[in-house]
Design a binder for this molecule. Structure first.
Ligand SMILES: Nc1ncnc2c1ncn2[C@@H]1O[C@H](COP(=O)(O)OP(=O)(O)OP(=O)(O)O)[C@@H](O)[C@H]1O
Length: 635
């Protein structure tokens, strides 16, 4: 920081200027001091940011700072050629500043939302920066003034980051302001080496940075071997006058203090050995330069120590203040302590809420970005749809226009057809009128004839009505006679019903008597039917000798003698071979009637196979079916 201060020049101009070298071409304009202002307000490596007090920050430092900001707060995405106003816009609400400090030293500063009133975030940042011993800036600088103090503050933070002072990542391990001043001093030495540290992969620290230095007058012209020897503090061949002549004062800046002492001692020893205590002029020159560098370093150290001392004093005062507050709290009532504790709790809760809000805001930002992307996609798809719809609409319009033209032509054609039809219909109308007149004449004639026919019909109707009246009289008289006859018939029917009733009584009595007769005839009756010879039978010999009317049947047995040669059988009746089916049925018919009267009857046939059982029973069934009765087959 001190080295920057020593470089600053006060020119007395108000406001800040963006400047770059004279080589920048037509975009730049020279001011009175021979510096160039940048018309488009963006930085280049050779540009300088000049404060009203005259102190500057060169373009390399600004670019490095912008890269560092992007590295620490990735969502910033500041362009490397960001203008002063762009940098101011992203820092003005203080959230980025607080975020940087919290990233380096978590919890070092409370952070509100971006909408915090009255630059609350910036004020918190400034308090925290001051506490940590970094160079602060004024609120006005960030609002509308020069950005140099702001950049310087950020630069100091960046330097501390470069030298790993935040690696512990806790508040207790942070460095003091004095230590940071030392870092600033070292940074001055190593500025070019750390320039390309951020965002440039494959570039090692210090690689190829010497040639990029903007300070061409301070370039090291010492041969690398000698410089290395100086840095390592090894013995140098001081007899090489050419080499010593090529040494410039700034080349010694890169050597360590120990190396410088070694060089000085070596020069003195060599002088004592070779020239009896006399020091050659070139060695004296080198010795003087070494001593100047050492003196300068000591002076710097002294200044650093003074500043450090002042800071320690400031801190001590602060701690004493805090101790006093704590003592008053300790000596106060428990209620006051409770109040303070409650306030502390409240503050913690508020801090937690603020952090939560911050997280939510970050999430909202991400979500909004996603939504924005989504909306962008939707808009593009909608645009495409609109384009396609537009094209389809246009094609549709063209189609409609073509259709309209076709329809118009069609209508014109139809109009012509209708006109021709109209003329034709007019002709038809005239023809129809003439035919109508002739038809109406015919209809008038027909009307006359119909009138006469109607008159005739009316006369006939009158005659019919008189006839109807006489018919009605006749019907009435017939109805009268019908009622009389009906009454007469009713009396007759009653007589018939009485007779029928008597008939049923008689019938029941008759049935009873009939069944009694059947019983008298015998409950079990045995009939015999003799089957005639069948047409195919060759030998027609029969054993039947006699068939009696009373049911006797004599069978001859030629194989036996005398008495046993004939056998007499007795049946209720014997049907001979000539007996017909009807004859057989006539004898069983009364039994069928008994069945109808509700008596149980069983008829079955018995005999050897082929003797005619089925034939006979089948005949019974066939004949009985005619009487509404069905007998069961013997089989
Ligand atoms: N009274 C009849 N007049 C003429 N043909 C007869 C008479 N009785 C039987 N037949 C004939 O004799 C044959 C045998 O008769 P049927 O089949 O009725 O005997 P069946 O006793 O029922 O024999 P099966 O016990 O083997 O059944 C038949 O061809 C039948 O037409």
């Amino acid at each position: 920081m001190m080295s920057i201060q020593s470089e600053s020049q006060r020119n007395g101009n108000g406001g800040s200027e963006l400047q770059k070298d004279e080589n920048e071409g037509s975009e730049s304009q020279k001011d009175g001091n021979g510096r160039c202002e940048i018309s488009n307000g963006t930085y280049s490596k050779d540009a300088k940011l000049v404060e009203s007090s005259g102190s500057t920050i060169d373009g390399n430092e600004i670019l490095a700072l912008v890269e560092w900001l992007n590295y620490i707060v990735p969502y910033l995405r500041l362009p490397t050629d960001a203008s002063e106003e762009e940098i101011r816009a992203c820092l003005i609400d203080g959230t980025v500043l607080c975020r940087i400090l919290n990233k380096l030293c978590p919890g070092s500063v409370e952070m509100g939302g971006s909408s915090d009133p009255g630059f609350a975030n910036v004020k918190r940042f400034l308090v925290a920066v001051e506490e940590l011993g970094f160079p602060p800036f004024e609120l006005l600088d960030l609002e509308q003034g020069s950005l140099v103090p702001v950049m310087r503050c950020l630069s100091a933070l960046k330097t501390s980051f470069d030298f790993g002072f935040w690696e512990g990542n806790t508040k207790n391990e942070t460095k003091t302001g004095g230590e940071l001043l030392e870092i600033e001093y070292l940074r001055k030495i190593d500025r070019n080496q750390s320039f390309k540290r951020y965002g440039q992969q494959g570039t090692q620290n210090g690689e190829g940075t010497q040639g990029n230095s903007d300070d061409s007058t301070s370039e090291v012209t010492v041969p690398p071997a000698l410089l290395e020897q100086l840095k390592q503090g090894t013995n140098v061949d001081l007899c090489d006058v050419k080499i010593l002549e090529s040494i410039k004062s700034t080349s010694l800046d890169n050597a360590s203090t120990r190396a410088l002492f070694t060089v000085g001692n070596r020069i003195l020893d060599d002088s004592a050995e070779r020239n009896n205590g006399d020091v050659p002029q070139h060695l004296a020159y080198l010795l003087r330069k070494v001593m100047q560098v050492i003196e300068q370093r000591f002076a710097n150290q002294a200044v650093n120590l003074r500043i450090q001392n002042n800071m320690y004093k400031g801190r001590e005062e602060k701690y004493q203040m805090k101790m006093k507050v704590l003592e008053t709290l300790a000596s106060g009532t428990s209620e006051e302590i409770q109040v303070v504790l409650n306030q502390l709790k409240q503050m913690k809760i508020e801090q937690f809420n603020i952090e939560e809000k911050q997280k939510i805001e970050e999430q909202d930002v991400l979500r909004l970005k996603e939504e924005k992307d989504q909306m962008g996609l939707e808009i593009s798809t909608l645009k495409q749809e609109l384009q396609t719809t537009k094209s389809t609409h246009e094609s549709h319009c063209l189609q409609l226009e073509a259709n309209a033209k076709e329809a118009k032509l069609e209508l014109e054609r139809k109009l012509k057809e209708l006109e021709s039809l109209l003329t034709g219909s007019k002709k038809n109308e005239k023809e129809l009128e003439t035919s109508l007149e002739s038809v109406s004449g015919k209809w008038k004639q027909k009307e006359g004839s119909y009138q006469s026919f109607v008159n005739f019909q009316v006369g006939a109707l009158k005659e019919l009505s008189t006839a109807l009246e006489s018919t009605r009289c006749e019907i009435m008289s017939a109805k009268q006679s019908y009622f009389e006859e009906f009454n007469c018939m009713g009396s007759k029917l009653r007589g018939l019903a009485d007779a029928a009733e008597k008939y049923h009584v008689v019938l029941a009595e008759n049935r009873k008597l009939y069944n009694e007769v059947q019983d008298l005839k015998g409950n079990i009756r045995v009939y015999c039917r003799i089957r005639p010879f069948l047409p195919g039978q060759s030998q027609k010999q029969t054993t039947i000798e006699y068939v009696g009317e009373n049911g006797d049947l004599v069978i001859a047995n030629p194989s036996k003698q005398r008495k046993d040669s004939r056998k007499l059988f007795k049946f209720n009746k014997v049907f001979g071979p000539a007996a017909t089916q009807e004859e057989v049925f006539l004898d069983t018919q009364p039994l069928i009637r008994s069945v109808l009267d509700g008596y149980s009857v069983c008829i079955f046939a018995y005999g050897q196979t082929g003797s005619g059982k089925t034939y006979t029973m089948w005949a019974q069934c066939n004949i009985n079916r005619g009487m509404g009765c069905q007998l069961s087959s013997p089989k």
